[in-house]
Design a protein around this ligand. Structure first.
Ligand code: RB5
Length: 143
């Protein structure tokens, strides 16, 4: 599976850890930056990640900023993106089961690595349930 990753300076360390963790598990990772702890603007990286999912270059995305909010808001400006701000495994599981989320967003300043690892594994290993949820997901887009 191909997974895109992105972050701002607040999420850089966890983005790097995520990349290493997933490559070791055999995933193909496309890294959209940023590439250091130096202050940057999260939309610059989140838009690139979002476009790669819309263009079918990556199946799923994972992104971090300090609170998760700014980078999550950015991704969700794209009609085809359903980015879920997740801070525990249960929310990550439901984001896939019920919302067919295609980007996992996490608040780097409010989670530790142990929590992040569990959230990532759950998100990647959970499939969309479909059924009544498909009807609801179809209604998310605005025209
Ligand atoms: C950066 O200081 C911080 O504002 C950013 O990482 C994020 O939390 C924004 O939503």
């Amino acid at each position: 599976m191909k997974i895109g990753i992105a972050c701002d300076h607040a999420g850089f360390d966890y983005k790097e850890k995520t990349k290493k963790f997933l490559i070791e598990k055999g995933f193909i990772i496309e890294d959209f930056g940023c590439n250091s702890n130096e202050s940057v603007d999260y939309p610059d990286f989140s838009h690139k990640l979002s476009k790669s999912i819309i263009n079918n270059k990556n199946e799923l995305g994972i992104q971090f900023c300090g609170t998760g909010n700014g980078i999550n808001m950015t991704a969700n400006k794209h009609q085809e993106i359903r980015s879920a701000l997740c801070w525990n495994e249960k929310i990550a599981e439901q984001a896939r089961l019920h919302n067919d989320a295609n980007i996992l967003t996490m608040p780097a300043r409010y989670l530790n690595w142990e929590e992040i690892e569990k959230i990532i594994v759950t998100f990647i290993n959970t499939n969309f349930e479909g059924g009544r949820h498909a009807r609801r997901v179809k209604k998310i887009k605005c025209f």
